[in-house]
Design a protein around this ligand. Structure first.
Ligand code: FE2
Ligand code: FE2
Length: 283
């Protein structure tokens, strides 16, 4: 190949890398800014009527992430990477702010300064972990640092399996106590995912020796089966709540929210599987 040919292929490589950076960034921001916006709503609904300051702060975060969400849709995949880099760091700051707000609320709850408020401490901790995940993701994207595949597989699964275990616990606790059958199913999911979290941590502790193709492949397969069945349960619960067929204090938007997070985890598992084996899964 002559010098010009080299240059051409270099330009093409650079264009692909730039476009992947833009696509990845916009995808993360579109998904997680909607999630952050909804967290603000859930927090607000859990405050007491007299917590006007906290309600105001939650409302401000709602509008902040709504604006971010709208702005993310004004960019296309061909957007200038420099502009996206700036946008990422702007959103990263917003994610850091909402993370700090959630930790402050957790502190207030755990020191019994919000008696009678309706957000579980574990839920507030959970949504702060999601904010932290989002901000770290944006930092990684801007630094252009990609974790090695085997590391990413274990780390993402440890994170998301715990998120799924929490969801099962929230559903179980927010259903009306008279919904005995559904509470039983939720409790089984909670136990199942607690075990998967421990299994994932064991694999993590056996790193790097545990990072073989067959072990990682089996790890993903096993997790996929449980996540797909939890996703289906969440979908059923969401539909039943929307149709007002079950008794609970679960906001319909919360039911849909945890369903979307399970879908996201499944998509991540499938992406890892495709990278690992070069084959595609559906489901
Ligand atoms: Fe969430
Ligand atoms: Fe969640």
């Amino acid at each position: 190949m002559n010098a010009t040919g080299n240059e051409d292929s270099q330009n093409i490589d650079e264009r692909i890398t730039n476009e992947m950076f833009v696509v990845r960034s916009l995808d993360e921001i579109r998904f997680w800014s909607r999630i952050m916006k909804e967290h603000s709503l859930f927090l607000r609904l859990g405050f007491r009527a007299e917590d006007t300051q906290l309600i105001e702060e939650a409302n401000q975060f709602y509008y902040l992430f709504e604006q971010i969400e709208q702005k993310s849709f004004s960019f296309t995949n061909q957007a200038d990477p420099g502009q996206i880099r700036l946008f990422n760091s702007e959103v990263q700051q917003a994610a850091t702010s909402i993370f700090l707000f959630k930790r402050k609320v957790l502190q207030l709850i755990l020191t019994c300064r919000l008696p009678g408020a309706n957000n579980f401490p574990l839920l507030v901790d959970h949504i702060s972990r999601e904010a932290n995940y989002f901000r770290k993701r944006l930092i990684e994207l801007n630094e252009g640092k990609l974790k090695p595949l085997a590391d990413a597989i274990i780390k993402e699964n440890v994170f998301f399996l715990r998120i799924m275990a929490d969801h099962a616990k929230f559903i179980g606790h927010l259903l009306d106590p008279s919904e005995r059958k559904l509470i039983d199913i939720a409790r089984n999911f909670s136990n199942d995912f607690d075990e998967l979290v421990f299994q994932a941590r064991d694999l993590e502790s056996m790193k790097p020796q545990s990072q073989t193709g067959p072990l990682l492949d089996q790890f993903l397969d096993q997790n996929r089966v449980s996540v797909a069945s939890l996703r289906d349960f969440k979908k059923t619960a969401r539909d039943l709540i929307e149709e007002c067929k079950i008794k609970s204090i679960i906001h319909p938007l919360l039911a849909d929210h945890v369903f979307r997070e399970a879908e996201r985890f499944l998509a991540i598992i499938d992406m890892f599987e495709a990278h690992l084996t070069g084959k595609k899964h559906s489901g």
